[in-house]
Every structure is written in C-alpha cells, then in structure tokens.
Design a binder for this molecule. Structure first.
Ligand code: ATP
Ligand code: MG
Length: 801
C-alpha cells in the first residue's frame, strides 16, 4: 500500500476484487474536478447515502463518479451494481455521463435502466412465483381496457355510468401504491361504487389466465416476490451489492418499496434527488420518500450540494425566486461563482406564430454570433414547451426557413401516430383510392376488422382490380366476412362516402355553352355545407377516432387529443383539406437529412436532467403554463407541480434563458386571449431584461403579414389584448395601432406583376404567371403551379429572412 488513503479506499473489498483492480494502474482521475462534498459522497462507499441537492449541483455527475469508485476499488464488479432511474431519457443521461467519466470499464453495466425495464428483466426469471410463464405478455392500454370492459359486462355494470377507464385509473393508483387486491385498505372500499376491490381481484385473475401483466404489475409482482420469498430476495440482495438511484424524487411507493427491499441487507444504497424537481405526481410519485429516507436508513450519510455549476447567477436567481412560491420545501440555497452573464430575457408576443417566428430569428442570430452572446451551435440550443402541441408552430416555422431541428422524446409533429392516423382519414376522404391510407385506418380505432378480414378485403380488391375501399364495398355486399365484420366495415365505408360528399356542395347543372366557353368539366358544385375545418372534426368524431383517445387513460392520451386539436387548428391556414394535405407532403419533403447540429425541441418533462447553453421557454401563459388541466385536477398541488416544472425549465439553461408568451393563441381555429403566466410575475425583476419585439407591427413587418393581422383586427378589441396593453410598459409589448391604419387598403399589396419573384409562407419562392382579381397564379420552385390569394404572397425583396 502506497498511501493511507488508498488503503481506506480498498477497505471491505474482496481479495480477488483488489487483485482485479490492481491490474489497472491506480489513479483517481474519475474523482478529478469534484468538489469536496461531491468527492465525499462518491467515496462514502459503505451504507446508505442521500444526496439531496438543487438542480445543476452535480448530482448525476457525482453518482457516476461513485460508480467508477466502486468498480475501481473493487467494491463491486460492473454486474453487481444496480443503477436505476425513472424515465428512459434520464436512464440514457446516466449512461452518457458514465461514458464521459474518465475511467475504463471491463464490462458494461448490465443493470442500468428504468424501474420498469429492470423489473421486466427480473420478472421474466421468476414469473412462475406469481403464477405466470416467463414469456408473459406486457399488455398495452387498449388490451387492458378491453379486458376491463369485459369484466364490467360479466358483472352487469353499466359501462356508461361506471366507465372502464375510471376503473383502470383506480387500479393503477393502487398498483403505484404497491397494493395487491388483498392489501387495499378498507378506506378504499367505496371505490368504483363499492365494487372496485372485487373487480381488481377479478382483473388480476384474468391477467393471470392470459399470462399477461400490465405496466403497474411489473413492479407490483416483483415487490410481491421480494416480500413473500426471502430466499429470492436474498439472491438479489447479494447480487446487487450497490444500488444507485438518480432522480429519486420521482419514485412512487411501489418503486420505493422495491428499492428498500433490495437494499435491505447491505444497505449500500445511494439516492440522489431534488424535491423541487418532482414532476410526476400524476403518476403517483411521492416526494415524501425523500424525506423518509433518513428514517428508513438510520445513520444515512446525507450530503447537500449547494454550488451550482450549470447556470449563471441571473438564471439561478430567477429559478430560485420562482420555486420560492411553493410551500413545504426542504429549502435549499444555491450559489454559483460563474460570471454574471446575460439576464433572463422576457418577451411578449402578439400571437403564437409570431413567437415562433421571433425565436427562429433569434436562433439564427445566435448562430451567427450577432445576438450579443457568444456564437452558439444549433445543438447548444433547446426549446422547451409545456405541451407537445406547441411544437407544431416551431416545426412549421423552422421547416419554412430551413433551420435544422429535432424533436426529442417523441416524433416530430407530422410523424406522430395520432397525426398520421388523422391524416390517413383525411387522405382517404379526399381520395378514396389511397390504399395505404385505407390500410392504416381500417382497424384504427379497433373495430373488429382483424388480419383475416383485412386479407379478404385485399384479395377481393385484387380479384376485381379495384381499390381497397371498392374491395371493401364488395366484401360488404357479398357478405364475405362474419356478420359483425360486415357491419363494422359497412359503417366505415358509408362514413367515407358521406364525408367525401361533404367536401362538396350540391351539384349544379351547367349548360353546354358555359362548358364550351370556359372549357372545363360540366360538373360543378356549390359551396359545401360545412367548412373544411368542421368537416375534419366531423371525420375524426364520426369515425370514432376522437372517442378512441378520449377513452384511453394512458398519460399520453390527453396530449394526443391536444395534438389532434392543433391539427384541426392548423387547417384554418388552408382553403380546403386538399390544400392542407399538399402542404404536409411538402413539409415532409423538406425534412432535413444528415446528422448536422440541430436545435432540440422537447417538453419540459423530457428535459429533466439535461442542460443546454441556450434555452427558450415559450408559451408562458396562464392555462397553458401553468396548465389549466393540472390546476383543475389537483388544485394547489397541481399548481405547485407546475411551478416545479418552471424551475426545471429555467435550470436547464447554462448561459441564456429566454422566456416568452403570446397575447393570443389559436385553439380549435378560434382565437383565444391569454394572460401572461403567473410565474412571470414571480421572476425577480433585477435579474430579468424585458425585450421589445424588434419591428413588431412596425418597420420590419411585411405587408402580407400585417394585412393578415388586420383581418383579425377584432382581436385588438379583446379583453386579453387590453389587459396586455395595461401591462405593456412592464413587458415591452408594442401596439399594432399604426399598422392597422396603414394596411387595410388591400389593393396596395395586390400589385404583383407577371414574372415577378414572390414568396409564400407555405410554398416558398416562385414566379407570378397569372393574376385574376385577388388571386395570383404562381409557378413555385418546389410546389409547382398554384393559385393563391394575393395577401399570402410577399414580393421577394420584402422577405424578412
Ligand atoms: P439536475 O438536478 O438538473 O439533474 P444535477 O445535480 O444532476 O442536475 P449534473 O447534471 O450532474 O447536475 O451537473 C450539472 C453540470 O455541472 C454538468 O455540466 C456537470 O458536468 C457540471 N459539474 C458538476 N459538478 C462539477 C464540478 N465539481 N466542477 C465543474 N463542473 C461540475
Ligand atoms: Mg441529474
């Protein structure tokens, strides 16, 4: 032994482990750069350790340094360490950090992942202990609901009064609390009209018969096994000599028990967390677990980290001030010795599209180094939104100006499942020959048209040489599938025909002369009865697609419904469904390829544990953020959770943090006024710089956008706008007054000349080839020849980018 320190570090390690460790030259590179408290936590290898600290204080870094310490000094080999966290994203972040820690691993860390993934792995090995086979299926929520519906039927319970979805929520909640049917307390006896517990028992029985588990079962079964089979528990207590937990504040009771049981023998458990970042209350996370840690593990070594290494003092002050509004916190003070840097920037916009446009320009300027801050790469910039439907405006804008971006933690807007499904319905209504669209939706939502029925439709269509929709019609007429299938299929194709008819008005007879005169088809139609926006809604509702997501109780379902609303909302920019579908195919075409640097767009939830030099936080409006739904459902608790989300958002930023809001947002094609988020008033004035939107309603504005805005002039009289005006001085908003007066004269902007180069928001650049009243025919470089309304065109020289 060369030094006393080194001897300490090896204490308790087995001889063989020491010998293994000796093979590599010993150095403490993995601890380099840790501060004293962090180093202590990393080196405290015996017994329970709790690192309780605010954002950006190096919790994850320390946890991974500790992992290196354990391996390096032979306390555990890589497969004897269990490293667990709550979300997939956080698990990946741990792995990334480990990869950055300077030390070499002989073997990968096999047991690093989320609670659910690790539990599934364990349960496969011991399925028989809970009467399952190791090849059990993990049910998706669709199947889960169907199962519950069957149960309700068997029990003669009216699904309308007592929906299966509600029962699923109750059962999930019990599972999150690690309660098997026998353990549900009598205080819950009233649940689901006094039948909840009995139904839960039956449901678990059915799952067993099906050799299936739901998501909650993964943990619940493992907890049960650990509790009832001490021999099995002991195997894993010995196997996992060290347990490391990141984002501990998000663990629910079942996860907490799972951990406590596994760590019960050696008690070598290290949890890191921040009570101010607990944002999964809606999934049963219990922040109280952190507070209980010292009770459950007496003598725990508790480390508090107070130095923040991520953010500038202004950003830190803003985050601290906002979170101070919450009660019952452990209360941690953070400090940093970083340079002051830029104040948190705050800006109010007229509407959501304007916000997206401005952020696009800012990013461009940052990239070019003309923003006053150091030049940034696109991958150093992130946009964090509260709700995923907010992403659409950014995606459209960035595609238009060719700014590379990626959506993290989910597909891009038009690639989302629900958007693709909805689009498939629209496509099929517009063009019934679209077989791909038909295949996509024939059984979405599930209507009992399984593989066999679909094969029959395919074969019939092929035999007759017709489209799938036509094939389906023949299948129905000739009753080539079972009676229930025929009924479902008839409903679908009748629906398609009905919606298709709604794309047109009544047929108008046209005499031959007129036809000869303008040389077009003799079939003419009047104006359709419904707008294309109404039609889209009718299609989604009547097809059962909206209802399908309304009945889904997964945490993702409300987001999907919001995305669908956003999709319908988006239609307002187009004349008809066809035009919209064309736009989307153009957007898709435009997609950036390659692995170059990209701006990240993600939700606040997905951003936890991550960091970026520049962060944009758009949509800080009451109702959107804090979210109305969360406040309605959980009152003050919900509001506090939203505030923690705000804290998470601000603390992601290292150097530049920009918060913005809009006075108006379009929801469901309707303008809605919004009040700035109450969190904005919780920002500390001294650390915030209020920006004036440059050129907003003034100089840099193009005639076309001003005119569009003037058409919406009724919004200027709205109460929301008036409230905004009252706050104007405070937040640097400017008024649109002058521009209103200058733009109403539409003739002033319709003056394009043949051959002139023009720009259109959706179709890009092109040349004018015809003018008809207020319609202009343009040969677009990418989109081909189109007739567009002149007010959506800009003379090329006026294009603002
Ligand atoms: P969060 O609560 O957001 O998960 P965290 O507490 O896990 O944050 P880390 O992500 O581990 O914090 O660290 C934040 C940043 O500070 C990282 O970039 C990390 O490399 C850096 N950092 C942490 N500790 C130190 C240190 N002692 N010296 C220099 N940089 C550090
Ligand atoms: Mg972390």
């Amino acid at each position: 032994m060369s030094s006393f320190d080194e001897m300490d570090a090896f204490e308790g390690a087995s001889l063989s482990a020491r010998a293994m460790a000796r093979r590599a030259p010993l150095d403490d590179r993995h601890l380099k750069g840790l501060n004293q408290a962090q180093e202590e936590a990393a080196k405290q290898v015996f017994g329970p350790v709790l690192i309780l600290a605010g954002a950006g204080t190096g919790k994850t870094k320390t946890l991974m340094a500790r992992l290196a310490q354990l391996v390096k000094y032979g306390h555990a080999s890589p497969h004897q360490i269990l490293a667990v966290t709550f979300t997939n994203k956080a698990a990946r972040e741990m792995a990334d950090r480990l990869a950055k820690t300077p030390f070499e691993l002989d073997h990968p860390i096999r047991w690093m992942g989320t609670f659910h993934s690790l539990s599934a792995k364990l349960l496969r090995r011991h399925a028989e202990l809970v009467d399952l086979k190791s090849n059990f299926t993990i049910l998706d929520t669709d199947d889960q609901l169907r199962l519950l519906k069957q149960l309700l039927k068997v029990n003669n319970i009216d699904d309308k009064r007592w929906p299966a979805r509600m029962l699923a929520g109750i059962i999930d909640d019990w599972k999150n609390r690690a309660l098997t049917p026998g353990k549900v307390p009598s205080t819950d006896a009233e649940a689901f009209n006094h039948k909840g517990i009995e139904l839960y028992t039956q449901y678990q029985g059915r799952l067993r018969d099906l050799n299936a588990v739901d998501f909650g079962d993964l943990l619940l079964h493992m907890v049960t096994i650990f509790q009832t089979r001490p021999d099995v528990l002991e195997v894993y207590q010995n196997r996992f000599r060290y347990i490391l937990v990141d984002e501990y504040q998000d663990a629910n009771v079942a996860q907490y028990l799972w951990l406590r049981l596994l760590a019960g023998g050696h008690k070598n458990i290290c949890c890191v967390g921040d009570d101010d970042q607990s944002i999964y209350g809606w999934r049963g996370a219990e922040v109280g677990n952190i507070l209980r840690f010292e009770k459950d593990f007496p003598g725990a070594f508790v480390v508090r980290l107070e130095q923040n290494y991520r953010s500038t003092p202004h950003i830190l002050a803003a985050a601290s001030n906002v979170i101070r509004g919450n009660e019952g916190r452990l209360g941690k003070e953070l400090w940093t010795d970083a340079e002051d840097g830029e104040k948190v920037r705050l800006i109010g916009h007229w509407d959501g599209e304007e916000e997206a446009r401005w952020i696009g320009e800012e990013i461009d300027a940052m990239q070019g180094g003309t923003r006053g801050v150091r030049p940034m790469n696109l991958d150093q910039i992130a946009i964090l939104v509260r709700a995923s439907h907010q992403m659409r405006a950014f995606e459209d804008r960035f595609l238009t100006i060719g700014l590379p971006y990626k959506v993290i933690g989910g597909p891009r807007f038009y690639e989302r499942m629900e958007i693709r499904d909805a689009m498939a319905y629209f496509r099929l209504v517009v063009s019934p020959e679209d077989d791909l669209a038909f295949e996509r939706i024939v059984n979405t939502p599930k209507r009992g048209l399984g593989d066999k029925a679909q094969q029959t439709i395919q074969m019939t269509a092929r035999e007759h040489g017709v489209s799938l929709v036509e094939g389906a019609r023949i299948v129905v007429e000739e009753k080539l599938i079972g009676a229930r299938g025929v009924k479902a299929l008839r409903e679908l194709i009748d629906g398609l025909a009905r919606w298709n008819a709604l794309t047109r008005g009544p047929r108008i007879e046209v005499d031959d002369e007129t036809v000869i005169d303008d040389g077009v088809s003799p079939i003419r139609y009047g104006a359709p009865e419904h707008t294309h926006i109404e039609l889209a809604q009718i299609i989604l509702d009547e097809s059962g697609y909206t209802g399908h997501w309304q009945n889904d109780k997964t945490p993702e379902a409300p987001g999907r419904l919001e995305n669908l609303k956003e999709l319908v909302n988006q239609l307002d920019n187009f004349e008809n469904l066809q035009g919209f579908l064309e736009h989307v195919s153009l957007v898709m075409d435009n997609e950036q390829e390659g692995d170059g640097a990209k701006v990240s767009i993600m939700t606040l939830h997905a951003a936890k544990g991550l960091e970026f030099p520049a962060v944009f936080l758009p949509g800080w409006e009451d109702g959107l953020f804090p979210s109305q739904r969360s406040m309605d459902e959980s009152g003050l608790k919900g509001l506090e959770e939203e505030r923690r989300l705000a804290y998470v958002g601000i603390t992601r930023a290292e150097e530049v943090c920009t918060i913005s809001f809009a006075a108006n947002r379009r929801v469901f094609g309707q303008w809605q006024n919004a009040m700035p988020s109450r969190f904005i008033d919780e920002l500390p004035e001294d650390h915030v710089e209020v920006l004036t939107p440059p050129g907003l309603y003034g100089g840099g504005q193009t005639a076309a956008t001003i005119e569009t805005r003037a058409a919406e002039a009724n919004v200027y009289n709205s109460p929301g706008w008036k409230r905004m005006q009252a706050r104007q001085g405070q937040y640097g908003m400017s008024q649109p007054k002058e521009s209103r007066n200058t733009v109403i004269d539409a003739t002033a902007i319709a003056s394009f000349t043949l051959g002139e180069r023009v720009f259109h928001q959706k179709f890009g650049y092109g040349a004018v080839i015809g003018i008809e009243g207020d319609k202009v025919e343009v040969d677009f470089d990418k989109a081909g020849v189109k007739k567009v309304v002149s007010r959506f065109l800009t003379a090329k020289d006026d294009v603002p980018f």
